[in-house]
Structure formats: structure tokens, C-alpha cells
Design a protein around this ligand. Sequence first.
Ligand code: ADP
Length: 261
Amino acid sequence: MTVPDTVSGGPQQEESSPSLIRLEGISKVFYTDEVETHALSGIHLVIQPGEYLSIAGPSGCGKSTLLSLLGLLDTPTDGEYWLAGRDVANLSFSDRAKIRNREIGFIFQAFNLIGDLTVYENVELPLTYRRMPSDERRRRVQEALERVGMSHRVKHFPSQLSGGQQQRVAVARAVVGSPKILLADEPTGNLDSTNSEQVMDLLSELHQEGATICMVTHDPRYARYATRTVHLFDGRIVEEETGTERQREEQRLEESGYHVS
Ligand code: ADP
């Protein structure tokens, strides 16, 4: 099966639903040496365009597995996955790669920049897989680097940058192709608290500008930046909170009779 240039369109369209992501009854079982690990069981999750979702929970509860499935890095054992109205649960490896390149931006804990490419070349890389004229590529790379405050370091190599700077370059690489969703896996896991806050502020700004973000974190300090938090435990969604921490606090105060101006 071939994948059209965008994931919307085509015969496998979801009926009349505006959701960007819809998971229905998703499970993932890993089979190793006769051991079955049920990493995810019966996951139902809908993400709307413009949401900032965080996936929280203790180590081993299935957060990274869920993000890998959302990012089409892996396929579910069972269940349905609709991305922008298209059934993507059981695509071939190359069709998944094509959709990933166009529709999904990744931000990893370990930055995952390529050490022998410059900052500019790292950010340009996702665009080189597309047939895009070079002046358009240049414009996009410059814009993305300006967006994250790294346009003064285009010729540097990753090893010449601090961890916080490397993550900002990784964010530029994630947004340069204008993906439908940004997936961030513990984006502050390798950073000190000052750099962590700067990266989280950057993600919040991108969200305010319209980006849809789904972030895995086990750190409640950073989960609070999201507008919705899904808590996983033993591969299942056990709790869901809507609104930022501040909005929830305001609601608690209102309910207790205190008026928030
Ligand atoms: P988290 O990100 O919340 O720490 P993971 O999604 O990494 O959790 O893991 C969920 C469960 O699945 C764990 O029990 C883990 O050991 C198991 N698991 C994850 N990836 C694999 C794999 N590739 N092969 C076998 N088991 C795996």
C-alpha cells in the first residue's frame, strides 16, 4: 500500500471526526524468551489538534511504549490507531517512515543529534528526505533556528553546545517540517533545572502558537505545563486530569468560595 503525501485523504478515512489522534483498545505485548510483557492494555486515547498532553506514571508503566506507538516507531499488538483521520495501526515499515517524516516531530531525552553534522545540517536533515527546493529548506531551517534562539550557532557541532542548547536545536529539528504533532520523550531528563525550565517554556510557547504536543514525563513539575495529563499504571490509563495545575488550583479556590480575579 502506498501512502499519499498527507495522511488525510484516501479510502481509509475515519468518519466525521476532527480528532488528530484516536487510539481504540490499543495493546502492546512484548515476547522475549518465552516471557510475555503486557506493556499496554486497552488504551483509549483521543488527542485534539492544539492540545498539550502529558503522559505521566512510574517507571515501567508503559509511557515510552505508548509514545513509540503514537510516533509510528512501533506497531500495536491489537487495537486501532487513527492519525488525522487515517487508519495507521498496521502500515508497512516504509509507509510508517513516510508518515513519521511528514507528520510527527520527535524530541528525545538524549537529544539524538548527529555528532558529525553541524547545527544547521541537523535541523535540515528531515527536509532532505522530502523533495523540497533548497531555498525553501534554507528558509525553514533559519526560521526554526531563530524560533529556538540558536541561529547564532549554525556552524557549531553538537559537542560544542551545552545540553540545553542541544535540546533547543533538537526542538528546531522537530518543528522544521511543520509536523501535525510534537512527541517529546522526557525532554528534560538530561538537563539541569534551569535548562529544563527553558526547554519547557519553549514547548509552552510553541503550544500557544498552535502546536499539538504530547510529552512523556515522570516528573510532576513538568507534567503541570500540559493542559491535560493522562496517568498510566501497569499499561493502563488510571486517571486523567484536565487543565494546567494553575487552572485546577483556581477551580479548587472557586469551589471553596474564593473568587479568583
Ligand atoms: P516507561 O516508559 O513507563 O518506563 P516502558 O514503556 O519503557 O515504560 O516499558 C513498559 C514495560 O514494557 C516494561 O515492563 C518494560 O520492561 C517492557 N518493555 C518495553 N520495551 C520492551 C521491549 N522492547 N522488549 C521487551 N519488553 C519491553
